[in-house]
Design a protein around this ligand. Structure first.
Ligand code: PLP
Length: 410
């Protein structure tokens, strides 16, 4: 499987080229794509000067930064003035919640938001200032409850925040409808699109008043992102105090190389995200994996099954053994997988996402998340299935397992 074009193979030294290895944690972060790497290196050699400096050679950095803004705007379907470069979705989400709290009132968010939305909401709006929208057992926000919140007289929310695609389960929310409904009621709608961009088409997202994303989720570098702000936001948002960069919205020397790499990754992934055939192939591989896993490991449950989900992700609850045992042993077989944010063996913090879907703490402790990327091939899914079945046998037999790869060399 390794020789079949997996980008993650570059992470392995040569002697390991023949072992099974597959990266199934793209929801955590993705490898830098070639286009982004080239753009980053080019920017550092040709346009490393401070875009705010006044001599002509620095003007090149300024011009290229604005060209990158135009490119991102075109790919995201909005005017360049709506693009504010940030350090990623966490910063963008905090900024939106802080701005909304400064208007007073309350925040309405889904119960399955990422902590980068939930934590600032509770911090800035305080107890009694946050209304969490419930989801059904598939993880989909209940549209009727949202409608009732918007229609309650005299309590117009300062912001509604519902993500596009869930980081743990991949379940998609109806953000188009939410954007339209919020616009009808004159309520600003924020969409955390960190797990949507690069996986599904961006068309229409800019209909949301605020959108946040992170470059490293779609093949760009870490520490760079975009906040789309509402059209006609003329007074500076002052996300950070300091110089007048980003039209006064965010102080600090702009990271042009990071921005150039992000724009290159966005362009590179836009083709894949809009390619329905590629996405159909990805979901066929994922679906085949899930049905074979359920057949061979009776008692396995697919989380979010029956809802619309990102084609590249699968969250399952496996039988009997706690998730960390699986993650460790799969890692020893060269498969990088995650627990999502679920708790371990019922200890620690339970996942609010799975909790909102009605999954109990014990089952949460057996949740595993496999998130593939554009470079994942069918053989990677097949290898993952084989490795899971192998781990199952080892766990059931109680035999002391040995790592299948020399982890010290990775
Ligand atoms: N929002 C979602 C849905 C995410 O999945 C993540 C990261 O996992 C974030 C926000 C935070 O992104 P970052 O850590 O790049 O700021």
């Amino acid at each position: 499987m390794v020789e079949k074009g997996s980008e993650a193979v570059f992470l392995l030294p040569r002697p390991f080229m023949s072992v099974s290895f597959a990266y199934f944690d793209h929801h955590a972060t993705t490898p830098l794509c070639l286009e982004a790497r080239e753009a980053w290196l080019r920017a550092h050699s040709e346009a490393w000067m401070n875009p705010s400096s006044l001599y002509p050679s620095a003007g090149r950095s300024r011009r290229l930064l604005e060209e990158a803004r135009e490119e991102c705007a075109e790919l995201l379907g909005c005017e360049p003035a709506r693009i504010v470069f940030t350090s990623g979705a966490t910063e963008g989400n905090n900024a939106v919640l802080r701005w909304a709290a400064s208007r007073g009132g309350r925040a309405v968010l889904s119960a399955v938001e990422h902590p980068a939305v939930r934590e600032p909401a509770w911090q800035f709006f305080g107890d009694g200032g946050v209304c969490e929208l419930p989801v059904d057992e598939k993880g989909v926000v209940l549209a009727d409850v949202l409608r009732a919140e918007l229609e309650t007289p005299g309590t117009k929310p300062a912001v509604v925040s519902v993500m596009a695609a869930n980081n743990e389960t991949g379940v998609l929310q109806a953000w188009r409808e939410t954007a339209a409904r919020c616009a009808e009621h004159g309520v600003p709608y924020h969409c955390d699109a960190a797990q949507w961009i690069g996986k599904r088409p961006a068309a229409g997202l800019a209909e949301c008043a605020w959108v946040t994303l992170s470059a490293h989720k779609f093949g760009g570098p870490k520490g760079v992102g975009v906040l789309i702000i509402p059209a006609g936001t003329f007074s500076p948002l002052r996300l950070r105090a300091g110089g007048p960069q980003e039209s006064g919205h965010r102080a600090g020397t702009e990271d042009y190389p990071g921005v150039a790499a992000m724009a290159a990754a966005l362009a590179a992934r836009a083709g894949w995200a809009a390619d329905e055939q590629a996405r159909a192939k990805a979901s066929a591989w994922r679906d085949a994996f899930e049905s074979r896993l359920m057949k061979h490991l009776p008692g396995t449950q697919v989380v979010g099954s029956g809802a619309l989900r990102s084609e590249t992700v699968s969250m399952v609850i496996v039988p009997r053994h706690p998730q960390l045992k699986w993650v460790t042993r799969l890692g020893e077989r060269g498969f990088c997988v995650s627990t999502g944010s679920a708790c371990s063996s019922g200890k620690g913090n339970p996942s609010p996402v799975l909790q909102a879907m009605g999954i109990d703490a014990e089952a949460m402790g057996r949740a595993l998340r496999f998130s593939a990327g554009p470079e994942t091939v069918e053989a990677d899914w097949e290898g993952l299935l084989e490795a899971l079945l192998d781990v199952w046998e080892v766990l059931e037999s109680g035999v002391r397992d040995r790592p299948k790869v020399d982890l010290s060399r990775l």
